[in-house]
Design a protein around this ligand. Structure first.
Ligand code: N01
Length: 556
């Protein structure tokens, strides 16, 4: 086996030791037999699950499918405790994977990659880290996650605050003692909706500063027993097969019904059943047209609004919590445990900062147009510079010394979310333009890792040292992603999918919304056609200028 610890000339460098980096290393080192090193900023494996330790952090994919499928014994031996795994359990799982496959010896922890430049004379990447490493590698592979560059808004006066403040995505490892404290949470996305009910139970008082009200569905989390696990494990092959061919990477049967073709009573009964069962089945399993037809969506949106009004006892608070400015699921769909119920507690107050914006952070708390809220702790559940932010924290330069940040100045441009023209031998695991955040991540990660490692094997067998996305194939793919996005309701919300949460970020829909099944078929077809849409060999002059119709696929 390759041992990369001392080498400065490697076959591959992988950035990040989360789900992506761990599996990539396993494939490269143990199946292809190439030398590979993973650089990881944290002092342990886990990626997202290493950093996001805020109260209530848990996954909203069901546990039995939020894991690797590449090793059947691993699947059989790990026992999840409940429907939705909590952060510490996922971290334990990833640590177990690292141990089981002896991955740590090729991971360099506490090391941030600061720069990577493609040397056109050698066809190799030159990589630098904040620990003074200078290594070269034929392939640069990013496993940096889609949501890892935390975003703390630039609010006047934060530096004057006398209390403590934290971002949910960089939560202290020893936890934060909230007992007896007056806590303010800014943000009501996934992190806010998960943490608010838990913080409310611990803190003396909680003030939630809400800019956009959210649609959220009850998770109905529960523990699972031995019979449940046995049943899942006996059926794993079929479940994974179904998930891989599905839209979202879950083994669910999508509804064939239109919300507009059933009676009011039938529609209500279907929504009630989804609400009672909980989780994303409300979305996938109810009606086929919620995500694409505004009138169909209105029925789901209105159902959830009525539930909010039913749950929240104070009508004025309920009014503030009812979303009216975007359709259900046009922002990231959310599931929760006791989110709306939390606003019935005596120690919780909701501040609508859309109508009464935050003016400044003072030494004592937060001042909005309505007055000052005194706080001991501020929690920023304000999200991430998604999909591109982590790339831009590194100085990545391709051919002609072109910075990636410059190439993507008007929005990320990739072929299949895997590769960007002008950046040869660089692969992105779940990069912009792939299903990534619109899917159950491990399913998408495994597919990308397998595509990349099969591609590297193909190149090595043919002694091809350099490969690059074709410019026209890339353009066609970007256009195709936008075309599908425009067939959905996603563009109707200001979401991080579109970069709308970051001031000045170009408004471009970043993930691929055509579904993991259709996307996998496209990638398989590309591979079967000798990696159509990639230029193989060091031949920038060979870049065809003809449009690649093959980069287009039909939305399923
Ligand atoms: O971040 P978000 P997140 N002033 O961007 C508000 C994944 N995830 O960390 O909607 C005031 O969704 C912002 O308001 P608005 C998941 O993919 C998964 O919660 O922009 N408020 C919003 O309310 C998720 O989508 C899991 O108007 C400001 C909130 O902060 C993604 O990570 C758990 C503001 C940010 O919401 C990100 O989720 C956690 C400002 N200047 C995360 N800036 C699970 O698996 C932003 N906001 C369950």
């Amino acid at each position: 086996m390759a041992d990369s610890a001392k080498a400065t000339e490697l076959d591959a460098v992988v950035i990040g030791a989360g789900f992506s980096g761990l599996y990539m290393l396993r494939r490269l080192r143990d199946e292809l037999g190439v030398s590979a090193r993973v650089f990881e900023t944290g002092d342990e494996v886990g990626g997202t699950w290493y950093w996001n330790r805020y109260p209530g952090a848990r996954c909203d994919s069901e546990a039995y499918m939020y894991c690797f499928s590449f090793d059947k014994e691993l699947l059989q031996e790990w026992n999840w405790s409940g429907k939705y795994p909590e952060q510490p359990e996922i971290l334990r799982y990833l640590s177990h994977v690292a141990d089981r496959f002896d991955l740590r010896r090729d991971i360099q922890f506490n090391t941030r990659v600061t720069a990577a430049r493609f040397n056109e004379a050698t066809n190799r990447w030159e990589i630098e880290t904040d620990q003074g490493d200078h290594v070269t590698a034929q392939f640069l592979i990013t496993g940096i996650g889609c949501l890892s560059a935390g975003q703390v808004p630039d609010i006047k006066g934060l530096d004057t605050f006398e209390g403590d403040w934290y971002h949910t995505g960089a939560w202290p490892h020893d936890g934060v003692d909230l007992k007896g404290k007056r806590v303010g949470v800014i943000g009501t996305g996934s992190s806010g909706v998960q943490s608010i009910p838990v913080i409310a139970e611990q803190a003396a008082h909680l003030t939630v500063f809400q800019r956009t009200p959210q649609f959220t569905i009850p998770a109905r989390h529960h523990t699972v027993d031995r019979d449940y696990l046995n049943d899942v494990k006996a059926n794993y092959d079929a479940l994974w097969d179904k998930a891989r061919k599905s839209a979202g990477g879950f083994p669910v049967d999508p509804s064939e019904l239109s919300a507009l073709e059933v009676s009011d009573e039938q529609r209500q009964a279907i929504y009630e059943a989804g609400w009672a069962e909980g989780g994303f089945k409300f979305f996938f399993g109810s009606f086929k047209d919620i995500a694409v037809d505004r009138r169909a969506n209105d029925t789901a949106s209105e159902f959830i609004r009525s539930k909010i009004r039913e749950i929240v006892k104070d009508p004025a608070t309920a009014d503030k919590l009812v979303p009216t400015d975007h359709p259900f699921s046009s922002k990231r769909a959310l599931i929760d445990t006791n989110y709306f119920e939390t606003y019935n507690r005596d120690n919780v107050e909701l501040v609508d900062i859309r109508h009464s914006p935050i003016q400044e952070i003072t030494p004592k708390g937060i001042r909005t147009e309505d007055g000052e809220y005194e706080l001991d702790i501020i929690v920023f559940a304000t999200g991430f510079d998604a999909m591109t932010g982590t790339f831009f924290k590194m100085d990545i330069r391709g051919r002609n010394d072109l910075p990636l940040k410059e190439k993507w100045a008007t929005g990320p441009k990739t072929y299949l979310g895997l590769s960007s023209h002008g950046f040869p031998n660089m692969f992105m695991i779940t990069g912009p333009g792939s299903p990534s955040v619109l899917s159950n991540m491990p399913v998408s990660i495994e597919q990308h890792v397998e595509f990349i490692s099969d591609f590297i094997e193909y190149l090595r067998e043919r002694d091809i040292s350099v490969v690059e996305a074709d410019a026209d194939a890339e353009e066609a793919w970007v256009a195709h992603v936008n075309e599908i996005a425009n067939m959905t309701l996603y563009p109707l919300a200001n979401s991080w999918y579109l970069g709308a949460n970051i001031p000045g970020k170009p408004r471009v829909f970043m993930p691929y919304p055509g579904g993991v099944g259709a996307y996998r078929e496209k990638c398989d077809e590309v591979a079967a056609n000798d990696y159509d849409g990639f230029v193989l060999g060091n031949a920038s002059e060979h870049f065809a200028r003809v449009p690649h119709e093959s980069a287009r696929i039909q939305i399923p």
